[in-house]
Design a binder for this molecule. Structure first.
Ligand code: TRP
Length: 361
């Protein structure tokens, strides 16, 4: 790490009184229960119960890194925006926007690129992982398949964050390094030109459960073992039926009804815990010990999840059927975001020496 990674006391998040929370969501898939429990629900709850400023956005310029299917980018942007709104995100309360509607962000990214050491990017986990895979193969260039977009991913992410002087950035563990890089990039700029950027802190919630997927591995899009939150879009089957069907497919062992079962060895119970109260969890534990059949345990899990999700479905369906309303929400968010980003970019450009030569008229 360079000297620039030393936190700048004056701008460090811990000394900033009001929190400004910011997080990005990459629109490259259909939200599943793991996303709901791990990101959507905690983010919405944490905002509802606070008076902090919040910026949530769809990181579509990050989405196109490695996803070359325009239909997936487009559909996923719509589904994810509809999901967050349906699950209770209040676009009046939170500045909710699409990254690509704020052109100042990629402009800032370019400026930051010009101060960011290439060596810092060489150390990024995501880039190194691609290189490592190539190195294992004979006669393959270490950078094969690595685009400048992937290599510079953390700089665009730093621009997302520094543009709004975010203090707190809720992320998954895999993103912590990116937040540290954003601090580093901010520190370099502040030191070289002028203190303009707040140093952000990653916020990682260790209590958030990681869900197991249908096949017993971690629930993840890349394993195709997920339970979609609102079902696959454009399906003939209702999203409630789809969820029921998916839950019935979760793998269990071959124990028969009435045989006592170990709840701590069951994906069903683990998902149940993410939706139930402590009393309900204790009660279900007792039912496992008493030999509840797997079919009944699955039905109980479906009922529990459905009680929480069902109230969101109508709003979700409505937004999906009416993309005009969604677009209006996103445009309102972009307008709010740009009130900040125009000023921040203007200050940044002035700091680096790019400003009008004279006032005309
Ligand atoms: N890289 C993040 C992810 O894959 C998404 C993201 C983009 C983000 N820009 C951000 C998260 C800014 C937090 C802040 O999950």
């Amino acid at each position: 790490m360079s000297n620039n990674s030393i936190p700048n006391e004056q701008t460090s998040a811990s000394l900033t009184e009001a929190k400004r929370i910011l997080t990005g969501i990459k629109p490259t898939g259909i939200p599943h229960l793991g996303n709901y429990v791990g990101a959507i629900r905690p983010a919405i709850e944490s905002i509802q119960n606070s008076d902090h400023e919040a910026f949530f956005f769809l990181a579509d310029y990050h989405g196109i890194i490695g996803c070359y299917d325009p239909a997936i980018i487009h559909e996923s942007t719509k589904v994810i925006a509809a999901t967050w709104i349906a699950c209770g995100l209040d676009p009046e309360r939170v500045t909710f926007y699409r990254q690509s509607d704020v052109p100042e962000i990629p402009e800032l990214a370019w400026i930051l690129n010009c101060s960011c050491a290439k060596g810092l990017m060489n150390r990024a986990h995501a880039y190194k992982a691609s290189v490592d895979i190539n190195m294992e193969k004979a006669d393959v260039d270490p950078d094969q398949g690595v685009t400048m977009g992937l290599f510079g991913y953390p700089v665009l992410m730093a621009a997302d964050i520094l543009m709004f002087n975010a203090t707190h950035v809720p992320v998954g563990r895999d993103q912590i390094q990116h937040i540290e890089m954003a601090r580093d990039i901010a520190g370099t700029f502040n030191h070289r030109y002028k203190t303009l950027f707040t140093l952000p802190s990653a916020v990682v919630d260790n209590d958030i459960p990681l869900l197991t997927g249908l096949d017993g591995r971690k629930m993840s899009k890349s394993y195709s073992n997920t339970i979609p939150l609102f079902g696959e879009p454009n399906s003939q089957v209702s999203s409630e039926k789809q969820m029921h069907k998916a839950i019935m497919k979760i793998v269990t062992n071959s124990q028969l009804p009435d045989e006592p079962k170990d709840p701590d060895d069951s994906a069903l119970f683990e998902i149940y815990k993410a939706f139930a109260t402590p009393e309900e969890i204790a009660d279900m534990r007792a039912q496992y010990a008493a030999g509840i059949g797997w079919g009944d345990a699955k039905q109980a899990l479906f009922d529990k999840i459905n009680t929480e999700i069902a109230p969101f479905r109508a709003r979700y369906e409505e937004l999906m059927a009416n993309p005009k309303e969604l677009e209006e929400i996103l445009q309102m968010g972009a307008e709010k975001a740009r009130r900040h980003s125009r000023k921040q970019l203007d200050k940044t450009r002035r700091a680096i020496g790019i400003r009008p030569l004279a006032k005309i008229k």
